[in-house]
Ligand binder design. Structure first.
Ligand SMILES: [Zn+2]
Ligand SMILES: [Zn+2]
Ligand SMILES: [Zn+2]
Ligand SMILES: [Zn+2]
Length: 336
């Protein structure tokens, strides 16, 4: 590279010229053998092809390149250089080390980028500003964005198609598993264990609830209520396949014996407070709706303990409990 000799103010010692570019040394390096000095860029480019000194053809390997002595660096440091855009009006005079950065940002540099004053927000090289057309540039930008958008839309539609296909495959697989479970007792046992596991995994993500008045439960919810509970289950990430099972268990006739009639509930009233219950998001269900999971209630007697889980909707009287009663980690029995 080198600094243009004609821009240097005053005399330049011949020692300070690069034998390759014939300009003033820039980031000089010298051969430790013959002591010839070159610009870093010039000698590195040269050594991509040859491993001899370009002046005297002595051996020159990358390890032979060292910094030039201090007196040479001092001599270079004392030189002053003019800006190459002095004809465009720049009068700056500076040490060599400031030259490159100055030229890049010099306001007389026709290639320096300036902000368009007509408000399009683009930066344009100064010498191209006269033919810069905001509308044209913005239209080009818009075209780029539209084509990017259309690519994204195509990608999205492909992914949606794939999703539909995968959902179809999943349904077939679930159907297949259901058939297997119905016919094979071993698979049925494994399937039941899996259900229990997935149900508890989801259940533990729900906040605990405390029921103040068990008397306010709705024993036979209407279909609208069941529909909003379905939304609540979906919103809280309930495994899809277990949702139907939980919804079927939102009527008293599907509850464990000890809960299935008003009389039984009255008889077991003293035990009801021992249930571990979890709350579905009230914002979605509109009224308090708790989930009673078998895995949470292993401590309850058989006639009160649900096999997998049941849903109970209340008129009121349910609070979210913030004190997590540190549920036992998913036990062996929860795993398939
Ligand atoms: Zn050079
Ligand atoms: Zn040499
Ligand atoms: Zn300048
Ligand atoms: Zn513009």
């Amino acid at each position: 590279m080198g600094f243009d000799q004609s821009l240097i103010v005053g005399h330049v010692d011949e020692e300070l010229l690069c034998p390759i570019c014939a300009d003033v040394l820039e980031e000089p390096l010298q051969s430790s053998g013959c002591e010839h000095a070159f610009c870093r860029f010039c000698i590195e480019t040269w050594m991509n092809e040859k491993h001899i000194c370009p002046v005297d053809r002595s051996d020159l390997l990358p390890v032979h390149l060292v910094t030039v002595p201090r007196f040479m660096r001092n001599m270079l440091g004392r030189l002053k250089i003019k800006c190459c855009f002095s004809e465009n009006g720049c009068s700056a005079l500076m040490p060599l080390e400031q030259y490159r950065r100055h030229v890049e940002n010099c306001q007389s540099n026709p290639k320096v980028e300036v902000l368009c004053t007509k408000g399009c927000g683009m930066k344009v090289p100064k010498d191209e500003m006269f033919r810069h057309n905001c509308v044209l540039e913005l239209r080009l930008q818009l075209q780029h964005q539209l084509s990017a958008l259309s690519q994204l839309q195509q990608m999205q539609s492909r992914q949606e198609q794939r999703l539909v296909q995968q959902r179809r495959e999943l349904e077939m697989l679930q159907h297949y598993i259901a058939t297997l479970r119905a016919t094979n007792p071993v698979i049925r046992t494994v399937g039941d264990q899996l259900d229990r596991y997935w149900l508890m995994r989801w259940g533990r993500s729900l906040p605990l609830a405390s029921v103040r008045t068990w008397g306010s439960l709705i024993s036979t919810p209407d279909s609208t209520m069941v529909q909003t509970v379905r939304e609540g289950l979906r919103a809280s990430g309930c495994p899809m396949r277990l949702m139907g099972m939980l919804l079927d268990c939102s009527y008293e006739e599907s509850w464990p014996d000890g809960l299935s009639t008003l009389e039984m509930r009255r008889m077991n009233q003293h035990r009801l407070a021992q249930f571990v219950t979890r709350l579905l998001p009230i914002g979605i269900t509109g009224r308090p709706c708790v989930i009673l999971l078998g895995g949470d209630n292993a401590h309850m007697p058989d006639n009160l303990r649900p096999a997998l889980g049941i849903v109970i909707i209340f008129i009121n009287g349910v609070d979210e409990t913030h004190a997590e009663l540190s549920p036992a980690p998913l036990s062996e029995a929860d795993y398939p």
